[in-house]
Design a protein around this ligand. Structure first.
Ligand SMILES: Cc1ncc(C[n+]2csc(CCOP(=O)(O)OP(=O)(O)O)c2C)c(N)n1
Length: 634
């Protein structure tokens, strides 16, 4: 029987010996590697924090003590140790465990996550609530070095360090974001790690805890232990001077794979008061059989071979939108020297890594800092450059004020390329790109577009390049492209502000489809034609400005416009068009058909689309329902 098999909650850890704890770490790793090879998921980050998670659960008393994990993608060992081992086979599946942490999933998940750098702020808020409630549990934020480069993390540190509230931050430093980490903070942390004092601190601390563990582990020894710890740390204080200056007591750096050392440290740190930070050094992807490569194993697909990390069944799908974007932009950058690309720590996720290879001096990774990325792009645009900000729809939510204040109000020609726009399948609700149509339409001077094919994506990039001023946004999904895209030099710009009528029918309904919905609407129209309903289908690739001429013709020939979009139905393109049509032709009804105003949880993308009625069948059903209910305008 493995040690892991005996662990059903953190309480079961407390009686384990040092040797058993090490065995447990091996068991957890083995279990996760096997389990994730079936489910897929963020294996790299979890493997790096196995010992850290065990030590935290040993030294603290969750769920009374609250552990706030940043991002949550490293939470798999935490799930395994907090009673969810048996459900790990359902990870990222419909109705199964989330790939991140979630309050509704477990009392051990103190705060939900998915986006980076929220942990310090949330932990400080929890601590403030605790103090007002006269409670006395401990709050621990666990944040990675990549997320520590985010502005939000500094806001939290700045706020916490100014007071004396009891809060612990554990900085999990593996020198990796998804890609190797970037930025001055990263350089600073690396210099701390490489500091020759590091090893001396380690061995000195090791001795203290060894002595403590030799029979004198009772609570009354803790005071003496802390005193010796303080003396020792003071002697070598220089490493964490930055955090000390920000008002945190700094401890470390310590080896994040040495369970005994971490337990000793956490137990001692627990007894202090005020803001303190423990700097832990770990190896991302540790123990992965195919090698400890941090970036490659950040996340893996379901059905991969743990020995190689490769997917067992090769996909026969077309290249995905991300690749088409990366390749297309790389080629266009050869034509136009003004183009530059900016990513916020998502170079491979957005395809910007392809640009990095071909045009390294025109590639900028600013770290997990979406707001900064947008304003940085705006600054570049003032110098005559044509910045392309390649950011996931969900993460660009962080940059909304920057889009309005720094880009749009100054008429700057920043091109926003929003990957993962729409439903994102197994990544779940925290990563859903459902709001960008609504937020981009609201921005003055913003051109809002959505291509229906890879070739149209490249064509829209050309349209964006051709525009001299004002921002331009292009959204595309987490999916394979419907087409195989040729070289960019063979693809023309999409004429500005135009739609494309794909099918002209004699039914009173016209389907106005956006982006991914164009192919689904065309398919629905074929089904409906067999049933005798001959609907018009329009590719509305420009959401703003709209194609006035085509719209006027549609209003003349149709009584109902069914607007289909893969985004929230609230204030989306349907709502926008309805407000315009009301002014132009009030007898024509505009029906918005998008993602309902509710949270869409993890499932396959196809399943999510079907649940929202946004596949061909759902769209056909909607048209039939409009006819059946006599809802059509008379
Ligand atoms: C706001 C935001 N931007 C981007 C991401 C995508 N993302 C997920 S994990 C990650 C890297 C995090 O690095 P770090 O905090 O060091 O944690 P590690 O993966 O190394 O454990 C990034 C960029 C995100 N989750 N949230």
């Amino acid at each position: 029987m493995t040690v892991l098999a005996r662990i059903n909650s953190p309480a079961d850890l407390k009686g384990l010996s040092s040797i058993e704890l090490k065995q447990l770490a091996d068991d957890v790793r083995e279990f996760l590697i096997e389990s994730c090879s079936n489910t897929g998921g963020h294996i790299g980050a979890g493997l790096g924090v196995v010992e850290l998670t065990i030590a935290l659960h040993y030294a603290f008393d969750a769920p009374r003590d609250q552990l706030v994990w940043d991002v949550g993608h490293q939470g798999y060992p935490h799930k395994v140790l907090t009673g969810r081992r048996d459900r790990m086979a359902t990870l990222r599946h419909e109705g199964g465990l989330s790939g991140f942490l979630k309050r509704s999933e477990s009392p051990y998940d103190a705060f939900g996550a998915g986006h980076a750098a929220t942990s310090i702020s949330a932990a400080l808020g929890i601590a403030a609530g605790r103090d007002l409630n006269h409670d006395d549990f401990k709050v621990v934020a666990i944040i990675g070095d990549g997320s520590m480069g985010s502005g939000l993390a500094y806001e939290g540190l700045n706020n916490a360090g100014a007071g004396d509230r009891d809060i612990i931050v554990v900085l999990n430093d593996n020198e990796m974001s998804i890609a190797p980490n970037v930025g001055a903070m990263h350089k600073y942390l690396t210099s701390v790690q490489r500091n020759p004092l590091y090893n001396r601190v380690r061995s000195s601390l090791g001795q203290i805890f060894e002595q403590h563990d030799k029979g004198k582990g009772a609570v009354h020894d803790i005071g003496a232990l802390i005193k010796r710890w303080e003396e020792s740390v003071k002697a070598f204080l220089t490493p964490g001077v930055l955090f000390e200056e920000l008002g945190f007591r700094y401890f470390g750096p310590i080896d994040g794979h040495d369970i005994d050392q971490m337990i000793g440290t956490f137990k001692a740190v627990r007894e202090f008061k005020g803001p303190r930070l423990v700097h832990v050094i770990t190896q991302k992807g540790k123990g992965f059989p195919a090698g400890e490569h941090g970036e490659k194993w950040h996340a893996l697909p379901p059905g991969h071979d743990p020995a190689t990390g490769k997917q067992l069944t090769a996909s026969r799908a077309n290249p995905n939108w991300t690749t088409v974007f990366g390749r297309g932009l790389t080629e266009l950058m050869e034509e136009d020297a003004r183009l530059v690309v900016i990513t916020a720590a998502m170079s491979s996720g957005t395809g910007a890594n392809l640009v990095q290879k071909a045009h390294p001096s025109r590639f900028f990774d600013v770290g997990i800092a979406e707001g900064h990325a947008v304003t940085f792009a705006a600054g570049m645009a003032t110098q005559g450059l044509r910045p392309v900000a390649a950011i996931y729809s969900t993460f660009l939510q962080r940059g909304f004020d920057n889009i309005v204040h720094d880009v749009a109000l100054q008429h700057l020609p920043v091109i926003f390329c929003l990957d993962r726009a729409g439903l994102v399948g197994e990544d779940g609700e925290t990563h859903a790109g459902l709001y960008d149509i609504a937020y981009m339409l609201a921005v003055p001077h913003m051109t809002v577009t959505a291509p229906s094919s890879g070739a149209e994506l490249v064509g829209l990039l050309r349209s964006a390049m051709a525009r001299g001023a004002d921002p331009f946004s292009i959204r595309y999904p987490r999916d394979a492209c419907p087409d195989v895209v040729g070289p960019a030099r063979e693809i023309a710009a999409v004429p500005y502000g135009t739609w494309e009528v794909l099918r002209r029918g004699n039914d009173e309904v016209a389907i106005l489809a956006v982006g991914t919905m164009v192919a689904q609407a065309a398919k629905a129209a074929e089904t409906l034609a067999v049933e005798g309903l001959d609907v018009t289908v329009v590719n509305c690739r420009f959401l703003k400005p709209i194609d006035q001429e085509t719209l006027a013709a549609l209003l003349h020939d149709h009584k109902t416009l069914l607007v289909v979009e893969e985004g929230t139905v609230v204030n989306g393109f349907g709502a926008y068009l309805a407000s315009l049509v009301e002014q132009m032709e009030p007898q024509v009804r505009v029906i918005a058909h998008g993602v309902p105003d509710r949270v869409v949880y993890a499932a396959s993308r196809a399943r999510q689309l079907s649940l929202c009625g946004l596949d061909a069948e759902g769209i056909a059903a909607k048209v039939r329902a409009l006819h059946d209910a006599g809802a059509l305008a008379g």
